[in-house]
Design a binder for this molecule. Sequence first.
Ligand code: GLA
Ligand code: ZN
Length: 680
Amino acid sequence: MTTANGFGTGRILYGGDYNPEQWPEEVWAEDMELLRQAEINTVTLNVFSWATLQPADDVYDFARLDRIVQTVADAGMSIVLATSTAALPPWMSLKHPDVNRVDAQGRRMRHGARHNACISSPTYRRYSVALAERLAERYAEVPSLVAWHVSNEYGGFCWCDLCAQAFRDWLRTRYGTVEAVNDAWNSAFWSHTYHSFEEIFPPNELGDAMAGGKAVLPGSALDYQRFYGSSVLDSFREEKAAIRRFDTARAVTTNMMGTFPDYDYFAWSDDLDVVSWDSYPAHDTTPAQIALRHDLMRAVGRQRPFMLMEQTPSRQNWQPYNSLKRPGQMRQQSWQAVARGADTVQFFQLRQSRAGCEKFHGAVIGTDGTGSTRTFREVAELGAELARVSPQVVGSRVEHGSVAVVFDWPSRWAIGYSAGPSRSLEYVREVERWYAELHRRNVPVDVVPATGPFDGYAAVVAPCLYMLPEGLAEGLRRYVADGGRLLLTPMTGLVDEHDRLHLGQAPVPLRDLAGVWVEETDALPPSRTVPLAFGDAASAGDDGAHGTVLCDVVRADDGTQVLARYAGEYYAGSPALTFRPSGSGGGVLYSASFPDEVGTRLTVDALLDGTGVVGHDLPAGVELSRRVREDGTALTFLVNTTGQSQAVRLELSGQDLLTGAAFEGAGMLEPYGVAVVMGR
Ligand code: GLA
Ligand code: ZN
């Protein structure tokens, strides 16, 4: 595929969503001139135009899109072409009601909004493929086309009768008999026993869905989520296959959304030629939270470079408070993305919408239509910088991490569906807790799926790996046997893939390896924490560490080292952190609670102790990451995520590609400043 080397352009693609259909055509020429001034070299076209492209069943009209493509191609832009299948045309919704979703309360929706098609609708599937095919037939020969963008931000569910039918078919294929479904879902609970597949319905609010997203039969809710996600992926595959009939070379992608819950993005790894994603931090999103999402998206692409398909150049529209990015912050966030593997920097959007619910969303060109805004100036400055520097960066790979952090959608779903043990438990926050501490140390981290691979990592952190079928446990056992360090937390290894509790002493599949038995688990109300005493801390809470949310009461086996103990509650004195050596330098750490910041720091100290993994001691808010070029040259990115100047000392000498200045062991980063040092 042509993703290497900046999609053949030799530099980072810089641009974004361009919706000229929302503006009179006279404006387009003005846009081209302004985008040229900003060194923008790519546009994403045709994201939401289905109603115009196909005004009736067998009628297609590409005249306006032809003119748009011509305009941007003449201006020398690369094109990312979307298939426009993410919002239904009104006529289609009225004439073919099966394309419309039914919501969780059983109401048949109409056209309107977007991301509104029922994925099981044969009409939707036929027409989305037909549109993708016609677009590919018409535009595959356009030389400036670099990638295809299928649909947009897939998300949500439908609960209609067609989906019910398709779900039953999916269950038949997976289970064979209804008895096997009863067994998997433990449907004897509350008299759910099914006598035929026809008795099974999508578990929406008319049935087994409970308030707050909890499920009466989590096995059923999980299967519906798997079924729906795999149908969405099938739909993507069909559009991609239609494109492939006319274009065998260009990368095909769809824009993802970081930790978005609905679908298991790891299931998409084989089908995406390149991962692309939309990064929209809010004013209070931390740099570590942003970094985790970049790393997660890179992981979906098996650690290859990805596309930053969208970010706002200035403000969003969707947050409660759509704060502006501070001067320099858009550049900083763009470089942060590149540092973590982005080979494109793209915006939503290039010119501001005049009306509609995104009219207050930031854009490169505002309603003033000039290049005089702060936003435009900053975009143009970054454009010039990327034009100069990005050929040195594009295509390089982020260095292999020393530590892996597991992110597992099925565990996250199943924890979400579980009523109990605590409503305060949030899977993503538990991943963020550990990631933030590694990020603070500037330890190189890769996010990995629960299936690994784990080799090459000195340590693996697997927060709340709740759903642990035997196959997954086996991979972790092998990793530890080979000398790896594994950190586990409460809510680990409790259930199989159907959310049935494993029978035996928890964490059953890893019981021996962990060297602890989780006998019972206490849930703390949000206002309560339990002091923890690490190592030699003389008495309760000496080092200020506390456990939060859940406290496992564990019994340690002989040969399991106790590294910290609870210093409060009736379980005071019982183990809060243990280490079970595996005899080969590796072993399992079991953190019996979710420690606060101090506790997390001490736990990570213990995890890394003796592994040789040390991060980089940099001022708070300065982030270091590395990409390595094919020729072996290392690029060290220093990103100051704070609004204050920061003095950096670091064993590194080379040249800062951004300023041309030498970096010899020390340097200053201005507020939101960045350095890209080539050298060692
Ligand atoms: C998403 C969508 C865009 C736009 C932006 C606004 O990422 O893909 O169409 O709505 O959000 O932030
Ligand atoms: Zn449906």
